[in-house]
Write a protein that binds this ligand. Structure first.
Ligand code: CMC
Length: 392
């Protein structure tokens, strides 16, 4: 098969060139457009980071204000979209709702979108960035049977999402600045991660010239799985299941057992063979949030710290260079904020939307980009002749 390489799981295939995100997995480095993630998480905010990912540079004050106003102005969704929500079972998983509702936005923005025109691509990027939080928050409201809350323009991006999640028509939501900052940090840390499964899915779907809202829905579908974005929900479920420090050993043993499909959720990464730099920031944020809420003795956090310690000293994890990833601690932070487990991956999706649209736009702007079309190694039967039904 000399003319193509066989690389299942794309372990050694670069599918594109990109100037958005740099990862050095050996050193545990993550940069957006050259800026270290630690600096962005500490000093920047999500609107700036979004601008940086989409346009390539940090905005100046005027650009930032204009961009923020645009995103704020577009945060309402078409009211017809509420009918699409109501078509779902009321106990539908928020990610199922997200896949459907974000995909359905392609029907609202299709005729107008000739994706070869950069202005149309910018239009789609702004709409997606602005509206996905509304859809994510509404998938929660629908789930708990509360009225949908409309966005409030006086809030920033993170506060507005928390408002749409937690306010009701009876009670306003007053954002706690420490929690809002922590939420913003979750958004920044998850905003982009080069050619991961969901981003590659968005690129592959988009490479045919498909509608960008539909492509992002495909990305959400890919993110859902527990090996990818679903790991934050799965980590919390695992910690709840372990329940007590005394039972960690039993679960470590299971994770090492090759006949058991159980894996330590929130551990390991395809690219990082060192600490995921996002996990280190998330652990620190976790301390800040629990401090703020007076939950320093949170048993789940203690359990996570202990589990991390034991795993990092275990030969199995050490020799395979398995370290905690971003999702190991993000669930504990969100849980402390009152966000239910079932929303964790939807929040990952809302944070990653900017990365998806930036990557999609980069691909669409490249005149040399081609439709994605991997080859295969055929392992099926050789040529054979059809047999009529009575002879089979
Ligand atoms: N627990 C136990 N063993 C593990 C784990 C784990 N979490 N992760 C990897 N391994 C073992 C695996 O069994 C294999 O062992 P061996 O060489 O003996 O067969 C070895 O480590 C290499 O693993 P792999 O599956 O070949 O590595 P991969 O690059 O294909 O998978 C991964 C990466 C993230 C899917 C995997 O580490 C995993 O399933 N982790 C748990 C799920 C998780 O936390 N995912 C979130 C990723 S970060 C958020 C995001 O960006 O989506």
């Amino acid at each position: 098969h000399g003319y193509f390489t066989y690389d299942p799981g794309f372990l050694s295939t670069a599918s594109c060139d990109s100037n958005i995100t740099f990862i050095d997995g050996e050193e545990g480095l993550l940069f957006y457009r050259g800026y270290p993630i630690e600096q962005l998480a500490e000093h920047s905010d999500f609107m700036e980071v979004s601008y940086l990912l989409i346009y390539g540079e940090l905005p100046n004050a005027e650009q930032k204000e204009k961009f923020t106003n645009t995103i704020t102005r577009h945060s309402m969704v078409h009211d017809q979209l509420t009918h699409i929500f109501r078509g779902f079972r009321r106990d539908a998983h928020p990610m199922a709702v997200m896949v459907g509702v974000v995909g359905s936005m392609s029907a609202f923005y299709h005729e107008a979108i000739d994706v070869s025109d950069p202005r149309n691509r910018e239009f789609a990027a702004h709409r997606l960035l602005a509206k996905v939080p509304t859809i994510a928050a509404w998938s929660y409201k629908y789930n708990v049977g509360q009225p949908f809350m409309y966005p409030k323009n006086r809030f920033n991006y993170a506060e507005n999402f928390m408002h749409m999640m937690f306010a009701t028509p009876c009670e306003d939501y007053e954002p706690n600045p420490v929690l809002a900052k922590a939420f913003e940090r979750i958004l920044i840390l998850h905003a982009d991660h080069e050619q991961n499964a969901s981003t590659s899915t968005v690129r592959l779907a988009g490479s045919s010239g498909a509608n960008p809202f539909a492509c992002v829905a495909a990305g959400i579908a890919s993110l859902w799985g527990p090996a990818h974005g679903g790991a934050n929900e799965a980590t919390l479920k695992m910690l709840e299941e372990i329940g007590d420090i005394s039972r960690i050993g039993e679960y470590i043993k299971r994770a090492k057992d090759k006949t058991d499909s159980f894996r330590l959720m929130g551990f390991g990464h395809r690219v990082y063979r060192n600490m995921d730099p996002r996990a280190a920031i998330m652990r620190q944020t976790c301390h800040q949030v629990l401090d703020e809420l007076g939950l320093n003795d949170d048993p789940m956090f203690k359990l996570a710290l202990e589990l991390e310690k034991i795993a990092l000293e275990d030969e199995y994890f050490v020799s395979r260079r398995l370290y905690p990833n971003v999702d190991f601690y993000s669930g504990i932070v969100m849980r402390a904020m009152g966000i239910p487990n079932s929303m964790f991956t939807a929040i990952f999706a809302l944070a990653r939307t900017v990365g998806w649209v930036a990557q999609w736009n980069e691909m669409m702007s490249d005149p040399g980009s081609k439709i994605g079309r991997p080859r295969q190694l055929y392992t099926g039967p050789e040529r054979r002749d059809f047999l009529p039904l009575d002879q089979r």
